[in-house]
Design a protein around this ligand. Structure first.
Ligand code: IMP
Ligand code: MG
Length: 174
């Protein structure tokens, strides 16, 4: 179906890891007031699968973030395009992100969330690209580390497309 995108992480491997992450979070948050906070739009498939492995009465909320930049790299100038719908004061927040690349988006979000007085904030990211790190990011729950390649699928896009792929792929050079 997506001949232009070669498989980097297959659907089976993805699903197995997402399940492990969900079970680990369920264990760690059994007695907490958990809010899963997804970063739109990239989180949407990951968060949908992840939250179904966390059998706790958690709440889901979303924040839309957009960083000015070109199609494949972020500039570090981040803005909130859609804010949370409920206060997180006193809550245990797990941010659900698709990929930590330079780390600039997460840095901005963590500073912003800190001002809202949550009880705790941790980061769950499906992917990280450490080779591109500009600011160090502590990822509490990490799916996979990837090389310095532009990845698409399972929520991640290239110019708005390919988010619906069931696997993480790499776009063939045109
Ligand atoms: P950062 O601020 O550089 O860490 O970038 C974070 C955002 O850039 C991610 O949440 C993604 O939306 C996007 N991004 C970074 N690398 C990739 C990639 O390889 N594929 C698709 N989106 C990416
Ligand atoms: Mg993102």
């Amino acid at each position: 179906m997506f001949e232009e995108a070669k498989v980097l992480i297959s659907e089976e491997v993805l699903q197995a890891r997402v399940r492990e992450l969900g079970l680990q979070i369920a264990k760690d948050y059994a007695d907490k007031d958990l809010v899963l906070l997804g970063v739109l739009k990239g989180c949407f498939l990951f968060m949908a699968d992840l939250c179904r492995h966390i059998e706790l009465p958690l709440a889901c909320d979303f924040v839309g973030l957009s960083s000015y930049g070109d199609r494949t790299s972020s500039s570090g100038v981040v803005r909130i395009t859609s804010d949370l719908t409920r206060p997180i004061e006193g809550k245990d927040v797990v941010v659900v992100e698709d990929i930590v690349d330079t780390g600039l988006t997460m840095k901005y979000l963590m500073e912003n969330l800190g001002q809202r007085k949550p009880r705790s904030v941790k980061i769950c990211s499906l992917l990280e690209k450490p080779s591109r790190s500009v600011v160090p990011t502590h990822i509490d729950y990490l799916g996979f580390t990837v090389e310095d390649v532009f990845v698409i699928g399972y929520g991640l896009d290239y110019d708005g497309r390919y988010r619906n792929m069931r696997y993480i792929g790499v776009l063939d050079a045109p």
